[in-house]
Design a protein around this ligand. Structure first.
Ligand code: AMP
Length: 460
């Protein structure tokens, strides 16, 4: 199968050749003809499968005929984060070079003026995060009645971030005769309900998870005590032929702390998380992409879906609470046929989380033995760790081996926090209150991931 078989126009075929693609990925082969036929679509696919081009390419052909009108975008793509929205916009620029299409990007964290001006001039494609879109809609700056093609991308992430009520609201404002494409890595109940309500006779496509199927990524878990995590990270960074690395942490505060501590130790590192404004995030990403720094410490929300070439290593400083995040994180390496390595630091408290990851990916991640990790004998993984009620009870841990270098400050173990402080960014159901634009920029609470089960339950 090649791109010409998919019925794309000659201009698009030229752009695809220029992008260096020789054949469509499975999601592209299946989705592009459906989108061309104006069918509704549910696609179960993750980033890394080529899913963006699977909707951007046929959309460009569909939008090639027709006329723009002021404040009435002809199509709308909803993305959960600013970075993803930006990436989709870059895809439009790349594949749409031979077309006269106008695009506007509505994301939080940047001035509204230019965005409003672009809308006033008329756009073919509006790429937006729900918060900013709602904001402008409520100010009367956008009319959605001319929008005949809607893409809801990363729907499960939208759910995690509390955007489902916004999406329902937006869907109700669009013409009922529109075409709707819904992309999601998983199909939890609220997303299924959304699809049942707003899609018409959709074609269903599912492609393999790229990360779990990606044999180019060598995955390892390292059993470690909480207090030795930073030492172990440094040791791996120094000894595992790291050319460039993404390091993920579950909390924004941890992202900042790791970055500072690495810089103190002479590593060339940067950070990206949801508390940073958009221009700082872009600047930090650019520093990483250009090689000015070769380590980027990241939160899940900020880094989700980022397409960065040539990342040799992914380190999960914290085992992710939600197994899908594991797949997304390690999928940042081993891209485009390159080899990659992924290490996950697993403390005794992470027993349940790593078991969930292994269940989801259908693999038992091999143990990487490292001197000084402080947890040589793995605890039984299938047994959940004891669940703390309010504060984690102090666990009797094996006496750690002396650290190679004492940390000058900042305790290795997180400071005891109040229950309020510990509350993660809520994984809201579709009945939750609509997220505000401010929530879209991530709450300032310390978490960037979904709620682990035991924290969501009332204590007691
Ligand atoms: P996505 O899943 O949309 O995030 O895409 C992941 C990566 O795959 C991006 O770097 C794309 O440029 C790349 N890509 C998309 N389609 C193809 C293709 N047909 N062949 C090779 N690479 C592709």
């Amino acid at each position: 199968m090649n791109f010409a078989d998919l019925g794309l126009s000659d201009e698009l075929l030229k752009a695809v050749v220029a992008a260096g693609y020789t054949e469509p990925t499975p999601i592209q082969a299946q989705a592009i003809p459906q989108v061309h036929m104006m069918k509704d679509l549910i696609a179960i696919a993750q980033t890394g499968t080529g899913k963006t081009a699977s909707f951007v390419l046929p959309m460009i052909d569909i939008l090639a005929s027709g006329r723009r009108r002021a404040r009435m975008p002809r199509s709308l793509i909803l993305e959960p984060t600013r970075e993803l929205a930006q990436q989709v916009a870059e895809n439009f620029e790349k594949y749409g070079v031979h077309h006269d299409l106008k695009m506007a990007l509505l994301i939080g964290g940047v001035q509204m003026g230019d965005q409003v001006k672009a809308l006033d001039d008329g756009v073919d494609v509006l790429i937006a995060t729900p918060g900013r879109l709602m904001d402008l809609f409520e100010r009367g700056k956008i009319l959605l009645t001319g929008c005949e093609l809607l893409v809801i991308d990363e729907a499960d992430r939208m759910l995690d971030m509390g955007f489902i009520p916004d999406i329902e609201f937006i869907c109700e404002k669009l013409p009922t005769t529109r075409q709707t494409l819904l992309f999601s890595a998983t199909m939890p109940g609220p997303i299924k309900k959304l699809a049942d309500r707003f899609l018409t006779n959709p074609k269903y496509i599912e492609v393999a998870r790229p990360a779990s199927a990606n044999l180019n990524i060598a995955q390892h878990k390292v059993f470690v005590s909480s207090r030795n995590k930073r030492d172990v990270l440094r040791q791996l960074l120094r000894t595992d032929d790291v050319t460039s690395a993404l390091i993920f942490a579950n909390r924004k505060t941890t992202v900042r702390e790791i970055n500072k501590s690495l810089q103190r130790d002479g590593f060339s590192s940067g950070e990206i998380h949801g508390d940073m404004d958009q221009s700082s995030r872009i600047a930090e990403l650019d520093r990483f992409k250009s090689g000015t720094v070769n380590i980027l410490v990241a939160s899940d929300v900020a880094a989700r879906g980022l397409d960065i070439k040539g990342v040799s290593h992914v380190f999960n400083f914290d085992t992710p609470w939600h197994p899908d995040d594991y797949v997304h994180r390690i999928g940042r390496t081993g891209r485009a046929g390159a080899k990659g390595r992924a290490f996950t630091l697993v403390t005794p408290e992470d027993a349940e989380a790593i078991a969930n990851v292994e269940k989801l990916t259908g693999t038992v991640i091999p143990v990487f033995a490292l001197d000084g990790a402080g947890e040589e004998a793995p605890r039984p993984e299938r047994e959940p760790a004891p669940r703390p009620k309010r504060e984690p009870a102090p666990r009797a841990e094996k006496a750690p081996k002396p650290a190679r270098k004492a940390e000058p400050r900042a305790p290795d173990r997180p400071r005891p926090e109040s229950v309020q402080d510990r509350r993660p960014e809520p994984r809201r159901a579709s009945t939750a209150q609509p997220a505000t634009a401010a929530q879209e920029e991530e709450s300032t609470e310390g978490w960037n991931g979904p709620v682990p089960g035991f924290l969501a339950r009332p204590a007691g």
